[in-house]
Design a binder for this molecule. Sequence first.
Ligand code: PGA
Length: 229
Amino acid sequence: MSQPLIVANWKSHKNQAEVLEWLQAYLLELGAMSGKVRVVIAPSYPVIPVVTQFLMDNKFPSTVIGVQDLSPFPAGAYTGAVSVQNLKGLNVRYAIVGHSERRRYFHETHQDVANKVEQALASQIQPIVCVDRDYIQAQASAISKDLLANCIVAYEPLEAIGSGQAESVEEVKAVCDEIQDAFGQVRIIYGGSVSAANVAKYLKVLTGVLVATHSLDAKKFAQLLVAAS
Ligand code: PGA
């Protein structure tokens, strides 16, 4: 079985100085335990080079970089969009696409998300497609059939995000069946108020989690990784 996948979504938090501070603390906390879990840090675009450089200089074997979004278009005249071409050379391995905040505040459609999946996979970036229960099937239908199996799916119930009210493991398990009906045998992770206190029980039934609030503080995040390994 592959290492559990722990994805840290920093959303629009942290400037360059704060990122460096976080990375230094992360290094201190984690020196001893790299390798047991695979960590994806998804910072905002402007600080990606800082994270890339730090991870290279300090040889973190199991921590890699992800983005929180991706342009649905290739390189071209799309002002403000960040294409896969823009990311070349930055060691970006994962792309979160279709987060509920993107759908809600930026009006992303299932088709936009499907186009992002295509862009990511064409550039060897692993897409993590976020879904909530009521549009699992609609999202899967928008993605080309031949690409579905290459997605990681993050089940993120809206009420659980940032609320401190994580969904029960039983509930999450039931939704996993629905995800597999729609996407096939994909890797599924769970996101929504995951913390050091509850991560282990999700990892009993799933192979990964997506964490925002509890990834912002390096110490708390390190505790979560210890609990996950
Ligand atoms: P949370 O957010 O960990 O703060 O609940 C999860 C997410 O938005 O992906």
